[in-house]
Design a protein. Structure first.
Length: 256
């Protein structure tokens, strides 16, 4: 779902007399149902609690536009995908430009994640640049000076922090890249289990918008479901901070 499609959908909503808040809720729900597929019962837990607004059915023209979009073959690919949740969240966010809300393409976030992980492997694990780059590539695992178990232990203890996380445009791609790296080191462990561990233990996210953090929770659940693990009834991410991460209390950052 690219920007031109979102603008077209927005115009249709306006012509139908919808306000942006209702449009945002209805479109998000429709995308979530499409991505969850036939096993979508768990979505009720996300849309019956928190700040998920109840949504009425989409207007017919918009429904046709959404139905015509294929489901992406993988996160970040063309079509409806996990990245669509963040795109819709940030496109329909009130006062987006004045509050610094911008959508980060999945491909860019994935590249940034790999740069961060490569730097970590070099600086903290002692790998060479070429060894770290090879480890992050699609090539089969090759033995390094550091045992894979030791590398996985280091990665499992990471604290991944984003004080202005929004709907997860950076955090979710990073989680998936980290999970893929850890599975390469521990091939007997399913990717879904590694991803679940990362989502529940390693992520620390803050944002001034409750809706954005709800969309981050939803995106995380959809990502996990896409890799074969049905999310439980409780929200996945437990380390969330709602508020202005730049504010101070007693001369200390509220984020700390």
């Amino acid at each position: 779902m690219n920007l031109s499609v979102l603008r077209r959908i927005d115009r249709c909503f306006q012509q139908s007399g919808w306000d942006r808040s209702a449009a945002y809720g209805a479109l998000r729900l429709e995308i979530a149902k499409r991505l969850a597929g036939t096993k979508s019962e768990w979505l009720d837990a996300f849309f019956s609690a928190g700040n998920f607004a109840p949504a009425k059915p989409l207007p017919g023209e918009i429904q046709q536009l959404v139905d015509a979009l294929p489901v992406a073959s993988r996160p970040g690919a063309e079509g409806l995908g996990i990245h669509s949740i963040a795109a819709v969240s940030e496109f329909f966010a009130p006062h987006a430009k004045t509050q610094g809300v911008f959508y980060t393409p999945w491909s860019l976030a994935r590249r940034l994640a790999r740069c961060v992980l490569q730097s970590l492997l070099v600086r903290q694990a002692g790998l060479t640049e070429s060894a770290a780059e090879h480890l992050l590539s699609a090539a089969p695992y090759a033995a390094h000076s550091v045992p894979p178990e030791q590398l996985d232990q280091l990665l499992s203890q990471l604290a991944v922090c984003d004080p202005a996380a929004g709907a997860g445009g950076l955090m979710l791609p990073f989680s998936l890249e980290l999970a893929a790296l850890r599975q390469k080191l521990t091939p007997n462990q399913p990717l879904s289990e590694i991803l679940y561990d990362i989502l529940t233990h390693n992520l620390y996210a803050g944002d001034i918008s409750a809706h954005a953090l709800d969309d981050l929770q939803l995106g995380a659940a959809l990502l996990l479901a896409q890799y074969g693990q049905i999310p439980g009834k409780r929200p996945l991410l437990g380390h969330l901070f709602l508020g202005d991460s730049l504010a101070e209390r007693k001369q200390k950052s509220v984020w700390r």
